[in-house]
Design a protein around this ligand. Structure first.
Ligand SMILES: [Zn+2]
Length: 103
């Protein structure tokens, strides 16, 4: 027989590493979706590229909704894309030419 579940906060398995999965030439909506918060699914995520770059490129992402932070590893191309977006916010509107809009 199984007893009642243990009391207290359940412990989840935290990922050891997370890698971004957008392409360098993806629309902003795909970049934002890739960096969205895995806990609350918010797109309101700010990022800061970390020093070092190169083959160890990563960004610290902070969720604007729940406040959680995480490190996301990037390819050099993804790092360049985010560096270009630091001064210019992502345009998260999907382009109709991408076939995302069916009507
Ligand atoms: Zn969140």
């Amino acid at each position: 027989m199984f007893g009642p579940p243990p009391m207290g906060k359940p412990r989840g398995i935290e990922p050891l590493t997370e890698t971004a999965d957008f392409r360098a030439d993806d629309d902003g909506c795909f970049v934002a979706a890739s960096l969205s918060c895995p806990w609350c699914l918010s797109w309101d995520v700010g990022w800061k590229l970390r020093e070092g770059g190169g083959y160890d490129a990563h960004a610290t992402c902070r969720c604007g909704e729940c406040g959680r932070e995480r490190e996301v590893f990037l390819t050099p191309e993804q790092e360049l894309r985010l560096a270009l977006q630091e001064e210019r916010p992502l345009d998260t509107r999907p382009r109709s030419s991408d076939g995302l809009l069916a009507y």
